[in-house]
Design a protein around this ligand. Structure first.
Ligand SMILES: Nc1ncnc2c1ncn2[C@@H]1O[C@H](COP(=O)(O)OP(=O)(O)O[C@H]2O[C@H](CO)[C@@H](O)[C@H](O)[C@H]2O)[C@@H](O)[C@H]1O
Length: 653
C-alpha cells in the first residue's frame, strides 16, 4: 500500500487566494472539525482529494476571504501544486472548506491518527490500497437531506423503511454528506430502544402550522457515515405503528407529517451536525407523500424569502397509491401562503364524491410535490412509465406525463449486509454460494444437516418437519396492492397438493382474520403469522423454497431481491419493478395475467421443478444468489439525477 505524507507543507502550498497566514495542521483542528472527503475527480491521474470542512476559522485567528465574484465558491485550483482551497460560506459562522489534493507518489508516512475519526481512516486506507477510489467516490459531492416517514432500523413498516435505511449509507460511502430526517416514534414498547443511540441536540425549533406554533426537538445519531436526525414531538409518541394503530390510520397524520416536513426544512439551517450545518446549498430527497410538503415549502415559503435559492428537491415516489389527500379546508393548516393553494388543489371526480353537495374539493400533498419538485424519481423504470398511464397513475398520470422529462426510474438496491445468508443473525444456519448446505437438498440427498434453515422454520412454526416438502412463503402488507385477494382464493387449491405454505403479514383486518381461520382449517400445511416481525421475515426468506408475490402492482419490490439472495425462488406476478427484473433475471418465475389460475399454474411448474429437477433448481438458486443487488449501481444513477437537478435552475424560483 502506498503511504502519503499529509503535513504542514501541503497546506502552505500555493493557493491562488487570500489564505496568507499559517494554515493549521490537520491535527490542530481535527477535534473541532468535521471531515468528509471529496473525490478522485482528476481522472486519469494519480490525484485524489481530501476535503476538510472547517468552521470558525476567524474565531481561531485565521482570516478567510469571501470571494464575492464567485459567490464565495471556488478560489482556484492549481493542478500542478499539491493544494487547492475552496471557500464556501455556510450560514454565517461556518466558513471554510479547504481542499487538499495529493499526489499518490508523495513519500513518507501518513498519520491516520491525525484524523478526525476512524471512518475517514477506513475509507482512506481502502481507497489507497485497492483502486476502489475509482469506483466508490463520485466526482461531485452533495449535501443530501432525505426526508422520510420511516427509516430502518429505527422505523419500518415496509419497503420505504428499507430504502431510506440503506440508500443514505450507500451515498455517504461515496463521499456525500447525508442526513436523514424522520420522526422519533415512541410506541411505548421495546421498539423504542432503537432510538437509544440518538441524543437530543437541544436545538428546539418552532414551526408555524395548524394555527399555532409547534415546538420540535431534534435527536441525532451519527451512524454508518450518515447523520440520522429524528424530529421529536408528542404526536409521534403513541402505541401502534408510524401511521396508525388497531383502530386504523391516525386522524392527525396530516399534522404529524406537516411537522416532519417543516422541521426537515429547518434542519439543514439550524443543526450543527459534527460542528457545522449542512447549509442552504443542499439537495432534498423527499420520499412519498409524507415528505411531499418539502418541495412545496421550498418553493412557497423559503425561496420567496431568499432562502434555499440554490437548493434542489426531488420527490421519490415509492407508491403512488397513497397521496395524502385531505379536505380542502385543511389547506390553511399547512403553513403555506394562500396563493399556493392551486399547487395542492385536487378535485375528486363526480363518481368519487360522497353526496350530492360534495364538491370534491381536496388538497393532495403528493400532487403539490410533483408540481414543485425539481425532479421526480420512482423506484424502477417500469414504474416510472406506469405512473404516466391511467391504470397506474391514480389520477396523477396527466400531471406526471406533463413532467415526464424530469421523471426517472432507478431500481432499488438492497442492504446486502443486513440481508446476507452467510452472516444473518436471525437464521438457523449460514450458507452462501460456495456452500449452500444450510439451504438446499443437494443431488436428491435429503439430509437434515443440509437444510437447517427450512427445518428450523418448520419446527418454529409447528409444521411437520418435512425437508423435501416444497415450502412456499409470502411476506408483506395485507393490502390490495399485494394481491392478497388472489392468494386467498387460490390457497385451498394450492393446499390440495403436498406443499406447506407460510404467510407473514399485517394490514387489512379481513385478511388477518382469513389467515387465522385458514391456519385452523389447514393446520398441517398452513401457518399465518399476523403481525410485523423482521427476524421471522428473514427466517421465512431463508427457510422457504419459493417466495410468492402476486402483487397487483409493484413499484419495485424488495422481497424478491432478498429471496434471490437467499436462494429462494420468487414466483411473481410480472408487473412494474417485478416485470423488469424477470426480463433480466433467470432465477425468478413470473406469471401474467394476475389470476388465480395463472398463479396456480406457475406455482405448480415451480413445485414440479423443485421436486423432479433438483439440479435445475439448484441452478436457479445459484443464478439468483450470484446477482448483484447492492446499492452501488443505483447510487451512481442517483448521482446522475442529482447532477441533472443542479444543472437546471430550480423548477419553481
Ligand atoms: N409483516 C411483516 N413483517 C416483517 N417484515 C415485513 C412485513 N411485511 C413487510 N415486511 C417487509 O417490508 C418490506 C416490504 O418491501 P416491499 O418492496 O414489498 O415494499 P412496500 O410495498 O412496503 O413498499 C413500496 O416501496 C418499496 C421501496 O421503494 C418498493 O419496493 C415497493 O414496490 C413499494 O410498494 C420488506 O423488507 C419486507 O420483508
Amino acid at each position: 500500500m502506498k503511504t502519503l505524507l499529509f503535513s504542514y507543507p501541503i497546506f502552505t502550498a500555493k493557493s491562488t487566494h487570500n489564505i496568507t497566514h499559517k494554515p493549521p495542521l490537520i491535527s490542530d483542528f481535527s477535534s473541532q472539525l468535521g471531515f468528509s472527503y471529496c473525490s478522485n475527480n482528476i481522472k486519469g491521474s494519480n490525484h485524489f482529494k481530501l476535503r476538510v470542512i472547517g468552521k470558525n476559522f476567524e474565531e481561531d485567528g485565521y482570516s478567510t476571504h469571501e470571494d464575492e465574484e464567485n459567490d464565495g465558491f471556488l478560489l482556484g485550483i492549481e493542478k500542478d501544486t499539491v493544494a487547492e482551497f475552496q471557500l464556501i460560506p455556510q450560514s454565517g459562522m461556518l466558513l471554510l472548506f479547504a481542499f487538499a489534493t495529493f499526489l499518490l507518489e508523495l513519500p513518507g508516512d501518513f498519520e491516520v491518527g491525525n484524523f478526525y475519526d476512524d471512518i475517514l481512516a477506513d475509507k482512506y486506507e481502502a481507497s489507497v490500497s485497492d483502486e476502489l477510489i475509482e469506483e466508490r467516490l463520485t466526482e461531485l459531492t452533495y449535501n443530501i437531506v432525505f426526508v422520510t416517514s420511516e427509516a430502518s432500523p429505527y422505523s419500518k413498516t415496509g419497503g420505504l423503511g428499507d430504502v431510506c435505511g440503506s440508500l443514505p449509507i450507500a451515498l455517504a460511502a461515496r463521499g456525500h454528506r447525508v442526513m436523514v430526517v424522520s420522526p422519533r416514534y415512541l410506541h411505548g414498547d421495546p421498539s423504542d430502544d432503537k432510538f437509544a443511540g440518538a441524543t437530543n441536540l437541544n436545538c428546539v425549533t418552532k414551526v408555524h402550522c395548524f394555527g399555532g406554533i409547534q415546538q420540535v426537538d431534534f435527536f441525532h445519531e451519527y451512524r454508518a457515515g450518515v447523520d440520522w436526525v429524528f424530529v421529536d414531538h408528542p404526536s409521534y409518541h403513541r402505541p401502534g405503528n408510524p401511521y396508525g394503530d388497531i383502530y386504523g390510520a391516525f386522524g392527525d397524520n396530516q399534522f404529524r407529517f406537516t411537522l416532519l416536513c417543516q422541521a426537515a426544512c429547518e434542519a439543514p439551517l439550524v443543526l450543527p451536525l459534527g460542528g457545522f450545518t449542512y447549509g442552504e446549498n443542499c439537495l432534498f430527497l423527499a420520499n412519498d407523500w409524507h415528505a411531499g410538503l418539502v418541495p412545496v415549502l421550498l418553493a412557497a415559503k423559503y425561496r420567496p424569502n431568499g432562502v434555499y435559492k440554490d437548493a434542489r428537491s426531488i420527490i421519490a415516489i415509492h407508491n403512488l397509491a397513497h397521496q395524502g389527500i385531505e379536505p380542502a379546508a385543511t389547506y390553511g393548516n399547512l403553513g403555506l401562503p394562500l396563493e399556493w393553494y392551486g399547487a395542492l388543489e385536487w378535485v375528486f371526480p363526480t363518481w368519487a364524491r360522497t353526496h350530492a353537495l360534495d364538491t370534491g374539493q381536496a388538497v393532495n400533498i403528493l400532487k403539490g410535490a410533483i408540481v414543485t419538485a425539481d425532479r421526480i424519481l420512482t423506484v424502477s423504470q417500469g414504474y416510472s412509465w406506469e405512473i404516466t398511464t391511467p391504470e397506474g397513475g391514480y389520477g396523477l398520470n396527466e400531471l406526471l406525463s406533463s413532467r415526464k422529462f424530469v421523471v426517472n426510474g432507478i431500481t432499488n438496491g438492497i442492504d446486502v449486509t443486513e440481508w446476507d445468508p452467510s452472516s444473518d443473525e436471525h437464521i438457523a444456519s449460514h450458507y452462501s454460494m460456495d456452500d449452500i448446505s444450510g439451504k438446499v437438498v443437494i443431488a436428491n440427498c435429503v439430509c437434515e444437516m443440509q437444510i437447517k434453515c427450512k427445518i428450523a422454520l418448520q419446527k418454529e412454526l409447528g409444521l411437520a418437519v418435512l425437508p423435501d416438502c416444497p415450502l412456499v412463503g409470502f411476506i408483506g402488507r395485507l393490502d390490495y396492492q399485494k394481491g392478497i385477494d388472489i392468494l386467498l382464493s387460490a390457497t385451498p387449491n394450492l393446499l390440495q397438493d403436498d406443499v406447506q405454505f407460510i404467510m407473514l403479514g399485517s394490514g387489512e383486518k379481513q385478511y388477518e382474520e382469513w389467515m387465522r381461520a385458514t391456519e385452523t382449517s389447514f393446520s398441517d400445511q398452513f401457518r399465518g403469522w399476523v403481525g410485523f416481525n423482521v427476524p421471522i421475515s428473514h427466517r421465512i426468506t431463508a427457510g422457504c423454497d419459493i417466495l410468492l408475490m402476486p402483487s397487483r402492482f409493484e413499484p419495485c419490490g424488495l422481497n424478491q431481491l432478498y429471496a434471490m439472495r437467499y436462494g429462494t425462488i420468487p414466483v411473481v406476478h410480472g408487473t412494474g419493478g417485478l416485470k423488469a427484473k424477470v426480463k433480466k433475471v433467470p432465477g425468478i418465475w413470473a406469471f401474467a395475467p394476475l389470476t388465480k389460475e395463472c398463479m396456480l399454474d406457475a406455482l405448480r411448474v415451480a413445485i414440479r421443478t423443485y421436486r423432479e429437477h433438483k439440479t435445475s433448481w439448484e441452478g436457479l438458486m445459484r443464478r439468483g444468489m450470484e446477482r448483484d443487488c447492492s446499492w452501488d449501481n443505483a447510487a451512481v444513477q442517483y448521482e446522475q439525477v442529482f447532477e441533472w437537478a443542479f444543472m437546471d435552475p430550480p423548477y419553481v424560483t
